[in-house]
Design a protein around this ligand. Structure first.
Ligand code: BGC
Length: 788
């Protein structure tokens, strides 16, 4: 019974329908409590099929067109498929189906970065819950999300799908998002496990790092999410870590994930990841997606010739069945095939606005009562970026609220002449950029319209006719390729536009607000003084225009904080040199999993030696990622991690601080001391005593967010963490070590704005031994920038 369609390279079309289980007489029928019996009733061939996917459900003849895949079904034993769709910010599924006049729209929720910028696990839970509902309502079972890879570098193409540069923020937000999805009985898949921090040559790149950053940063994000949320599944990554493909590394999946962290679910590969199917199964990577015939043949052969122990295969099969019995499909859920798009749009609008970060404000925001007429500049104001690109993304489209619409909804007038001028410019740009028409969808970012500069007369007329200028800058990135330094920098005409508009409006006593509608940081240090307010909106989802308008008008008081540092320039972070920042892409992302890689297409240019930052990447910065580097080495930044202003002010006071057995607790009261209602995200950093290991000057250990506080109102937040969360990983002894001595607990409004500090004593050193796993196979030098 072979069910493979042409597997490699092209997107294979899965079998049309998931046949209704028709158990054969005498055979067991799958139930949650007879899985072992069902495993015994399977033929070897059926077992191998179960650990392999059924191709991607891209074709219009599949049950859920445009989705990522499904597990194998065996009707004779009552085993249905469980259906998998991509996330993280939307249920990725085609909205139109062949011979079907209906639409199957899914909500475009805020990007993961935006969700993290709320610093609010409840917000992540709400997004998760709404997504879990949509997946269930449309008849599917598992969302392939969240992505929790650490933002190691500002140029990673998938940063928008990830949360932050700090593992505690990543882990806590991810755990809440998972709990939200799973509260609806929908499954999740925590990805990409692990150290998957660049897209360049993503199928083959080897991340080389020592065990300390591996444990303290890159695995920590996953560890917190696994322990606090138990996702149904974990997806291994495309890349290698220290020489081994992650899906073929038993130390990663068995020693660390299962034995140390107690993960109980299924491990699946990323789509077409790895090379050796048999090694993957032996490594405890239970299911290979989307499945290839050569993988099927290899596993079957290996069991027959004894190179793969059938007991290992049985274990993986059992985990697949445990996964399937949890699904809506297995429960026979009678799905409505429509979802509450209106309610979910509200979730997007609220959380999208909550994730907006007010970077600077010279009395320009909220827009004063007298302001009614807005001049909108920047092509992005008219073509907003709701989310990033990639499989989990906008490819299939729903709607996007523009800035024009958002401001009009809020009762403002948008300059019509300027709007018409932009309409014409955008139409011309579309013709220039896409002479053969814009492709219907793309996984990687399409080129965006260039800016044009108004003439002096036009500008003078616009200043006269309007009360304020709002200028939006956009950046979009996607799966399959990284950003270039040029994407971090402003383009010449973007800068020229900001300069012109700023000068003209300021000369007339009027203000300029700049909005960043971006996937990852951009350069701000050189020009930010030209803006009277700077707002970082990241990518808030389909309601983007409404979300931004809510903040500009003061309907929502901004409470987002930066989940990553905005450096002064590219090159300031120690990881910058060890990243493919200038790599030229020649192949489309479609080449993934084909054995082809993303290296230069010019054969004669191919270097003989493995190419640095392409074939392998050295994590020479160790644990000094993001603020851990900037704060420790006193390097100036444009905006620090955790930064975000409000239209009001807050005062903090420590009410209680204590170590109680294995737990640390700090009670902080936050008072709104300003004139309008607002919310505040409070951060708790810890500085370790001297004498222990070399450590960053501060590390985030907990955070919390107030409810909406009226002027004068206070709330006490209780921040808690484990004593051993303050430990460091000692590579020599493979153990977490907590030095004794005085620890500074810093309550802060950002990593650079510490408000109060208390000192807590750890009387006795502690040590916790773990596996000596995933050691670097070649020496990884210490980068000169982090040498002390
Ligand atoms: C991505 C995963 C995704 C999978 C299925 C891969 O290319 O890396 O994040 O879940 O495709 O669409």
């Amino acid at each position: 019974m072979k069910r493979f369609l042409t597997p490699l390279f092209t997107f294979c079309v899965a079998l049309a329908v998931n046949a209704q289980p028709v158990p054969a007489t005498g055979s067991p029928v799958l139930r949650a409590d007879n899985i072992d019996e069902v495993v015994s009733a399977l033929t070897l061939e059926e077992k191998v099929h179960l650990v392999i996917g059924c191709g991607m459900s891209m074709g219009s003849d599949s049950k859920f067109p445009g989705t990522a895949g499904r597990t194998y079904d065996i009707p004779r034993l009552g085993i249905p498929s469980a259906f998998l769709a991509d996330g993280p910010h939307r249920l990725a599924m085609a909205s139109k189906r062949e011979f079907d006049s209906r639409t199957y729209h899914a909500t475009e929720f805020p990007s993961s970065t935006t969700v993290a910028a709320t610093f609010n696990p409840d917000a992540a839970y709400r997004v998760g819950q709404a997504l879990g509902t949509e997946v269930k309502d449309y008849g599917m079972d598992v969302l392939l999300a969240p992505g929790v890879n650490l933002m190691r570098n500002a140029l990673c193409g998938r940063n928008h799908e990830y949360y932050a540069e700090d593992p505690v923020l990543v882990g806590k937000i991810a755990a809440a998002y998972i709990n939200g999805i799973q509260s609806e009985g929908t499954g999740t898949c925590l990805k990409h496990f692990a150290v998957n921090n660049q897209e360049t040559n993503r199928n083959n790149n080897d991340s080389r790092l020592t065990q300390r950053p591996l444990r303290e940063l890159y695995l920590k994000c996953f560890e917190i999410a696994v322990k606090e949320a138990q996702p149904w599944s974990v997806m291994t990554a495309y890349n290698k870590v220290n020489g081994k493909y992650t899906c073929e590394d038993r130390e990663l999946t068995e020693d660390i994930l299962r034995n140390e962290w107690g993960f109980k679910g299924l491990v699946m590969s990323d789509w077409n990841a790895g090379k050796d199917a048999v090694t993957s199964i032996a490594a405890g990577n239970d299911m290979l997606q989307p499945g290839q015939e050569r993988q099927y043949n290899a596993i079957l052969e290996a069991v027959k010739n004894g190179t793969l122990d059938e007991a290992l295969l049985n274990l993986s099969v059992k985990r697949v069945l445990e996964f399937v019995v949890k699904s809506h499909t297995f429960a026979g859920y009678n799905y409505p095939n429509e979802t509450d798009l209106k309610a979910h749009a509200q979730v997007d609008r609220q959380i999208g606005a909550e994730g907006i970060v007010l970077l600077d404000n010279k009395n320009a925001l909220p827009m004063a009562a007298g302001i009614r007429k807005v001049a909108l500049y920047g092509t992005t104001s008219y073509d907003m970026v709701p989310a990033g690109m990639g499989f989990g993304s906008t490819g299939f489209g729903y709607y996007t609220v523009s800035m024009v619409e958002g401001l009009r909804n809020a009762g403002y007038t948008v300059d019509k002449d300027l709007l018409n001028r932009y309409k014409k410019h955008m139409a011309d740009e579309q013709k220039r950029l896409f002479p053969h028409g814009r492709p219907p969808f793309s996984f990687t970012p399409l080129p965006r319209a260039e800016e044009f500069l108004p003439t002096a007369e036009e500008l003078a007329a616009q200043v006269k006719a309007n009360d304020i200028a709002v200028l939006t800058l956009g950046r979009v990135s996607g799966e399959g390729c990284d950003r270039r330094v040029e994407d971090f920098l402003l383009k010449e005409n973007e800068l020229a536009l900001i300069k012109q508009v700023s000068a003209a409006y300021r000369a007339a006593g009027k203000k300029l607000v700049v909005v960043l509608n971006i996937c990852s940081p951009v350069e701000t240090a050189s020009w930010k003084e030209l803006a009277d307010a700077l707002v970082c909106a990241f990518q808030p989802g389909q309601e983007v225009g409404n979300c931004i308008a809510d903040v500009l008008t003061g309907k929502v008081n901004p409470s987002g904080k930066l989940p990553m540092t905005f450096a002064v320039k590219y090159g300031d972070a120690p990881s910058d040199a060890n990243f493919p920042f200038d790599y030229e892409f020649k192949l489309p992302s479609f080449a993934m999993g084909t054995g082809m890689n993303f290296k230069s297409d010019k054969k004669e240019e191919k270097p003989k030696e493995p190419e640095r930052n392409v074939d392998f990447t050295l994590y020479e910065e160790g644990v000094y990622v993001g603020y851990r580097y900037f704060d420790t080495f006193g390097k100036e930044v444009s905006y620090p991690f955790g930064h975000g202003l409000s239209y009001t002010t807050f005062e903090y006071a420590v009410e209680e601080a204590a170590i109680d057995g294995d737990r640390c607790r700090m009670k902080v009261s936050v008072k709104n001391t300003g004139k309008v209602a607002g919310r505040e995200a409070v951060q708790l950093y810890v500085k370790a005593p001297k004498g222990g290991m070399d450590k960053p000057v501060k590390e985030l250990k907990a955070f919390g967010k107030t409810r909406l506080l009226k002027p004068g109102e206070s709330q006490t937040l209780t921040l808690e963490w484990n004593v051993m969360d303050m430990a460091s990983f000692n590579e020599k002894s493979s153990s977490w070590e907590l030095a004794k001595g005085e620890y500074q607990w810093m309550v802060a409004a950002s990593s650079a704005d510490v408000r109060c500090t208390t000192v807590q004593k750890v009387a006795k050193a502690r040590k916790q031994k773990v596996h000596d796993a995933m050691r670097a196979q070649v020496p990884v030098a210490v980068h000169p920038m982090v040498k002390r």
